[in-house]
Design a protein around this ligand. Structure first.
Ligand SMILES: C[S@@+](CC[C@H](N)C(=O)[O-])C[C@H]1O[C@@H](n2cnc3c(N)ncnc32)[C@H](O)[C@@H]1O
Length: 267
């Protein structure tokens, strides 16, 4: 349901929501007690989970930077945006190319409520927010076309969102429908949590039993298959923290995390 009129009933403060739990894990302030409790339950089972979240946000920054700076992408479609935090897609992209246009998409009412923080575009560029469900790619594509020109390359950002789609809901079909709409020269960044740890699987199963939106851990091969037909940019599908890591001036080891990510090119 994505009707703005139903905002109050969609909020559901008695059950954890992924956007709010993610915010808690990233050290944000936009969550309820039920979300911090769910986050703590995940961390008790799998203490490294906060590192998974941070590694994914850092991957977002490096992937958007790569697309904007190295590949010249000036339009971005970021689906499953999450609550605003540091280094949102438009800040990274417009920091490199102020004329960049960004469409954010999420179906969580709390993200909708905080969308203003995602709309602080440069005067040269544009930012838009769509209250929409990734399982309805046709609606997303139709509404995004008000801001993005689908005849020019687009950077599609799918971070921690395809894992929200169960196998029965056809995650591969959803990614294909989105990718098919992109012109050649476009890029896709995708990252999701992997079923590579029994403790993480236990933590996510416990979370799924309570939460409004369930998360589906997959093998790196299954996650990589969503990008079939595209050309992976070096270094391919790797742990998100290992995708073109920045030199860390502190000399501390990079946080690793049980998630993989890739950036792919549409020929
Ligand atoms: C794990 S968070 C990832 C946030 C951000 N992409 C990141 O990597 O930091 C998943 C986000 O997807 C959103 N989400 C979950 N299911 C969704 C759906 N069916 N359609 C659109 N957004 C969804 C949640 O509200 C949440 O903001």
């Amino acid at each position: 349901m994505t009707d703005r009129d139903d905002w109050g009933s969609r909020l559901q403060t008695d059950r954890p929501h992924s956007a709010r739990v993610w915010d808690y894990l990233l050290g944000g302030k936009n969550h309820y007690l039920v979300d911090s409790r769910a986050g703590d339950m995940i961390l008790q089972n799998f203490p490294e989970f906060a590192a998974v979240a941070r590694a994914q946000r850092r991957f977002l920054v490096r992937a958007v930077r790569f697309m904007a700076r190295d590949a010249g992408i000036r339009q971005f479609l970021d689906i499953g945006t999450g609550l605003p935090t540091a280094d949102n897609t438009h800040e990274v992209a417009q920091g490199i190319a102020p004329e960049s246009r960004i469409v954010y998409v999420d179906n969580d009412p709390i993200v909708l409520a905080h969308a203003d923080a995602l709309l602080g575009s440069t005067p040269e560029g544009e930012c838009a927010y769509l209250d929409a469900d990734v399982r309805d790619p046709r609606k997303i594509l139709a509404e995004a076309a008000a801001t993005l020109d689908f005849d020019r390359p687009i950077g599609l950002i799918l971070l921690g969102i395809i894992g929200q789609v169960s196998d029965e809901e056809g995650p591969g079909r959803i990614v294909s429908e989105l990718v098919d709409a992109l012109p050649s020269g476009s890029y896709v960044a995708l990252s999701d949590g992997t079923a590579t740890s029994e403790a993480l699987q236990t933590a996510v199963s416990a979370y799924n039993s309570q939460s409004v939106n369930t998360y589906h851990l997959r093998s790196p091969e299954q996650i990589g298959s969503f990008l079939d037909g595209l050309s992976l940019v070096e270094p391919g599908l790797v742990r998100s923290a290992d995708w073109r890591p920045d030199a860390d001036p502190s000399g501390l080891p990079q946080e690793q995390g049980h998630g993989v990510g890739a950036v792919a090119f549409k020929e």
